[in-house]
Design a protein around this ligand. Structure first.
Ligand code: C5P
Length: 399
């Protein structure tokens, strides 16, 4: 997720009265960590679950609770909403959603929601029976029709001890949605396929040949493409990363499984980004039983895997997807990237040195196209993802 969408932005956080309010403190902290400035408004019921002092401590600004606040000389709801870039309601209770839907304005939270002209994002939290009630569903439909965006609710354990739909989304997911709500949707209507992670090539039922790819770069491309409005398919090799919300994830293990998944999704795509570290070779034979230890040498014969990117490049046709490959090198970066661009028939190669990009959250890459070599400074993988996706956005503008 890019820090830039939230950086320097003003978020008005409205905290309703549900037990999930304790997680709203983490929402405030995460917004703050990603560079946003936060004003907090608590409803009367919200204050029963969490203190305004908590938010003041996190945000550095007094939490507001009272429309008639004597310490504020002007119209508090007008002042708070005039500067807001985003209004985030978390938790949004059934009652608060109903009051929003019907335009009530009898406290600070609801007057703010009436006065706001910024995008509104709500994170509902309630018992499943309340969420599923026709009144709540009708209110949500009304709010959606007016352009309100929802983050969750999700299925999970609830305060009642039951499990079901109605749990508030996790703070990080809510803040991701907030960043999304502040991101220009310049890839709306575009379809992006991304591969990520390494592949596991089986030796026997329990062993494999793999590599150190963390998957972070590909996951960042998938998340940013989603944030910018694209429909995203992520073909992921084994990684420790959580699936990004709002992205169709296909989990695969081997290069051949990855090939099938990528080739299956590519025909309808506008862009294919092969960020995966696909194994070039696989064991020629996979032992049916676990290979037993012995004193003899163990020789594993390896055969070539299909080159997915080269296959896509060879099958290019007008109107087909833009193709982006990665080149992880230990030397002669630009020369090898140019060679790969030509040999694999792609539009862009993202080249980096092995020491610069593995694992961590940032990367230093050079973008190599048939017409240009653009070295970028070290930046977050989300920012690198944006630079790659800018090529698709530019194509959309007919550049
Ligand atoms: O040839 P090399 O492995 O360096 O090329 C890297 C690029 O090609 C990456 O984009 C990678 O995802 C892709 N690739 C592939 N299939 C392979 C090997 C690499 O699509 N078998």
């Amino acid at each position: 997720m890019s820090a830039s969408a939230l950086s320097g932005r003003e978020v008005l956080l409205v905290v309703g009265g549900g037990i999930a309010a304790f997680k709203s403190a983490l929402v405030a902290r995460e917004l703050q960590r990603r560079g946003a400035a936060v004003e907090t408004v608590l409803t009367a019921a919200g204050q029963r679950f969490i203190s305004g002092v908590t938010f003041a401590g996190i945000t550095g600004r007094a939490a507001r609770v009272d429309l008639w606040d004597p310490s504020y000389p002007g119209e508090l709801h007008i002042a708070l909403t005039a500067k807001a870039d985003l209004v985030l309601v978390a938790p949004a209770t059934a009652d608060l959603l109903a009051r929003m839907a019907h335009g009530l304005g009898d406290d600070l939270a609801t007057t703010c929601l009436l006065a706001a002209r910024a995008p509104v994002l709500v994170a509902p939290a309630m018992h499943p029976r309340m969420w599923e009630h026709p009144a709540t569903q009708a209110n949500v439909a009304l709010l959606r029709a007016r352009g309100v965006t929802l983050a969750g609710p999700v299925v999970g354990p609830l305060a009642s001890g039951e499990s079901g739909i109605g749990r508030m989304s996790e703070p990080a997911a809510i803040v991701d949605a907030a960043a999304r709500a502040l991101t220009p949707q310049d890839l709306a209507g575009r379809r992006v396929v991304v591969s990520a992670g390494g592949t596991h090539e089986a030796i026997d039922p329990v062993r494999f040949v793999g590599n150190r790819s963390s998957g972070r770069m590909g996951y960042a491309v998938a998340a940013r493409a989603r944030d910018r409005g694209a429909t995203v398919v992520l073909v992921s090799g084994p990684t420790a990363l959580a699936a990004p919300e709002g992205v169709e994830v296909h989990r695969v293990r081997s290069a051949r499984q990855m090939r099938d998944a990528v080739l299956g999704a590519a025909p309808s795509a506008d862009l294919v980004v092969m960020a995966a570290a696909v194994a070039d070779y696989r064991p020629a034979d996979v032992a049916a039983e676990k290979i037993k230890k012995s004193d003899a040498e163990l020789v594993i014969r390896m055969v070539k895997n299909p080159d997915i990117l080269a296959e896509l490049g060879a099958a290019r046709r007008p109107g087909g997807p833009m193709l982006v490959g990665f080149a992880l090198e230990t030397g002669d970066l630009v020369e090898r990237a140019r060679e790969k661009l030509a040999r694999k028939g792609c539009d862009l190669v993202v080249a980096n040195l092995a020491d610069d990009g593995f694992d961590g959250d940032d990367n230093r890459v050079t973008l190599v196209t048939p017409g240009a070599v653009v070295p970028l400074e070290r930046m977050s993988k989300a920012a690198v993802a944006d630079r790659i996706l800018d090529h698709l956005a530019a194509q959309g503008r007919g550049d």
